[in-house]
Design a binder for this molecule. Structure first.
Ligand SMILES: Cc1cc2nc3c(=O)[nH]c(=O)nc-3n(C[C@H](O)[C@H](O)[C@H](O)COP(=O)(O)O)c2cc1C
Length: 187
């Protein structure tokens, strides 16, 4: 039983990273084994669109995405974090999403090696929690298509300064409880 946190925020120890780590702390407390990966610390090149991975399951580029996919395959649940950039997920997160193409066979069957949940952590400067809901609902649809089961979303709003999330006790508590539940059900 393992939960992997993947952080798509380029900012080190910013709001997204803090909130995502809170979820992982809850999962750890519940007995889960957790791992944290920050996409900005890894070398993950843009998808070249060659299509090779669809046939083989392997990307022609050898970079840290191999390590990320291995970690996903060894996990029971993924928690993917992203700040909202220009009304969307961050560029790091989108490049990661593109590189997940290898998880689909030519017949659009999933290459995930077993059932896996995926949950999301988002932070945004705008105080309106519903503003990006249609977009977030839409962009998350790719994950069931890849074979994941959607497991929920934790969202923080109004986080502009790097430490702003620390003043949002209710959101941090919610993230921890969410992680506890994820860790427990993933056992
Ligand atoms: C390039 C950039 C674009 C952003 N675009 C938006 C946006 O469209 N809507 C919004 O609410 N916040 C936006 N923000 C604010 C971030 O989403 C917010 O500060 C977030 O908590 C940053 O996460 P971090 O602390 O992990 O870096 C933007 C921030 C940056 C740096």
């Amino acid at each position: 039983m393992k939960i992997i946190g993947i952080d798509g925020s380029p900012r080190k120890n910013g709001n997204t990273e803090k909130l995502l780590k809170k979820v992982l702390a809850g999962a750890t407390e519940a007995g889960g084994a957790t791992e944290f990966l920050k996409l900005a610390d890894l070398t993950i090149k843009y998808c070249q669109g060659c299509g090779t991975c669809r046939a083989t399951g392997e990307c022609v580029m050898r970079d840290d995405m191999d390590r990320v996919v291995d970690a996903i395959q060894q996990s029971d649940a993924v928690v993917l974090g992203s700040p909202i950039y220009a009304w969307q997920v961050s560029g790091n997160t989108k490049v990661f999403m593109d590189r997940l193409c290898r998880l689909l066979t030519p017949k659009y069957e999933s290459r995930l090696n077993g059932p896996k949940k995926i949950a999301f952590v988002y932070t945004q400067g705008n105080p309106d929690a519903d503003l990006f809901k249609p977009y977030l609902d839409y962009q998350e649809k790719v994950y069931p298509f890849l074979g994941f089961t959607l497991a929920g979303r934790i969202q923080a709003t109004g986080t502009r300064g790097k430490e702003d999330i620390l003043a949002q006790e209710a959101t941090l508590t919610k993230a921890y409880a969410f992680g506890q539940n994820l860790g427990a059900v993933s056992k």
